[in-house]
Design a protein around this ligand. Structure first.
Ligand code: NI
Length: 185
């Protein structure tokens, strides 16, 4: 089946504040969803996308940290029921998010992490990552826990971002905030 472009949920949507529960790796609907999720991430030029950002409750995200570099073929890594097991070191990196358009801020995160997840074939994988890949995993993992990156910025930065965040949240209707098309649509 042809993958579908899923509508992106924006800051102010309740589902971005929902902690997602573990999902059944054998659920056929999960596998269909994963293909839509990956397709949507590339269409929206993201290096990561979590299920609740497109309105789903599956505890899964997809990343492709190398996608930002040109001349690289897509290499989506799907992480089902991920767990971050340890974190080492600290660094600030500028982050952005498809659900928070126009917002960028420095976020304090671990430099190196160890984590586990189930891949789409059903294997439980145990790995470590550092640098940009570790940042992307921590960002997407936060989404599954109901957090967005601006929750992790300092008080002063929060104050600076407040007006723009309120602008984005203002389009929510009954706790749902669906992005109405992209500038390039
Ligand atoms: Ni994000």
């Amino acid at each position: 089946m042809k993958p579908r472009l899923l509508p992106v949920r924006l800051y102010g949507d309740n589902i971005l504040r929902t902690k997602l529960s573990e999902c059944d790796v054998n659920d056929p609907a999960l596998h269909e969803f994963i293909s839509d999720l990956s397709f949507t991430m590339y269409e929206r030029d993201g290096v990561g996308l979590a299920a609740n950002q497109v309105g789903s409750h599956f505890r899964v995200f997809v990343i492709d940290p190398d996608w930002a570099r040109e001349d690289i073929e897509p290499n989506p890594i799907v992480m089902i029921n991920p767990v971050i097991e340890s974190r080492e070191g600290e660094a600030d990196n500028e982050e952005g998010c498809i659900s928070l358009p126009g917002i960028f801020a420095n976020v304090h995160r671990a430099v190196k992490i160890s984590y586990s997840y189930t891949d789409p074939q059903g294997n439980r994988i145990q790995e470590t990552a550092e640098g940009f890949k570790a940042v992307v995993i921590q960002h997407e993992y936060d989404h599954l826990e109901g957090f967005v990156f601006t929750d992790r910025v300092g008080t002063l930065a929060k104050l600076r971002l407040k007006r723009r965040l309120n602008e984005i949240a203002a389009t929510a209707v009954d706790g749902i905030n669906i992005m109405e098309g992209f500038p390039d649509d």
